[in-house]
Design a protein. Structure first.
Length: 259
């Protein structure tokens, strides 16, 4: 059964999912301890998490972290690391990866610390790395694409608001902001709308993510925008097994269901 590992700053979230006549899905979350090395955290997770034990096939490492996008027509593989380093300077060695987002006409660049990457490949030699935002942007590019005009998506997770603006299937903007409160979400979302000439009296805003901040952010945004909708995964995915499992991050859920 394929293994998915979502790696964020705070946790290793593990899923095994297989689409059969009767779909089978298992999910668990291992909290990373900041006081010890990643290697020790990974070792402990492999020793204690049942989903990381036994036969492993097709391991997918889903990386939560900064991304930048390049138009498909302009993308050159040899420039990927240089472009990413220009956008996100760092003194630490990183390995830069890229995922296509064909509907949006873009290539998504992301990176992982070289040491973390090596430790993961030692544990899972056949691992494939992809960004947590890739499946989301592919999904958002299609969602509501038949409606004319611009539409804005806000994904809340781990103290971040990822904001994407589409016009038809064309990606106009993708950026991430640190947020702690519903007012932060509204501030950044409405500023993005203003900078891109989005009419808040008509244009749709979609808010996705886990936890109470989503509902609070929706309430706050509705003070200023007329068309704000929360994305309810169980309704969006017709009570799919993955969508009905508590604690599964929305980006991982989208990847599993639409992969």
């Amino acid at each position: 059964m394929p293994l998915y590992i979502r790696l964020s700053e705070y946790a290793l979230e593990t899923a095994r999912y297989e689409l059969r006549r009767e779909p089978e899905f298992h999910f668990s979350s291992f909290r990373l301890r900041p006081q010890v090395s990643f290697a020790m955290n990974l070792r402990e997770a492999c020793d204690t998490e049942p989903l990381l034990q036994g036969a492993i096939s097709e391991p997918q490492i889903v990386v939560v972290g900064p991304v930048t996008l390049v138009p498909l027509a302009d993308f050159q593989e040899e420039d990927a690391a240089r472009l990413y380093d220009f956008c996100f300077p760092s003194e630490r060695r990183r390995r830069v990866f890229y995922d296509p987002v064909p509907r949006a006409g873009a290539m998504l660049l992301f990176a992982l610390d070289e040491v973390l990457c090596q430790k993961l490949l030692e544990a899972f030699p056949d691992a494939h790395f992809l960004s947590a935002q890739t499946a989301l942007l592919r999904h958002f590019a299609a969602k509501g694409a038949t409606r004319p005009g611009k539409r804005t998506f806000v994904h809340l997770h781990e103290g971040k608001a990822d904001i994407a603006v589409f016009e038809d299937e064309r990606l106009m903007l993708c950026n991430s902001f640190d947020v702690q409160a519903d007012t932060d979400v509204a501030y950044f979302t409405l500023n993005v709308a203003r900078l891109h000439g989005i009419d808040v009296s008509e244009a749709p805003f979609y808010v996705a993510g886990n936890g109470p901040l989503r509902e609070a952010a929706i309430t706050e945004l509705r003070k200023y925008a007329a068309n704000v909708a929360g994305i309810n995964p169980s309704a969006e995915y017709n009570r799919h097994l993955v969508a009905m499992t508590p604690g599964v991050p929305y980006d991982l859920m989208t990847l599993l269901i639409e992969n």
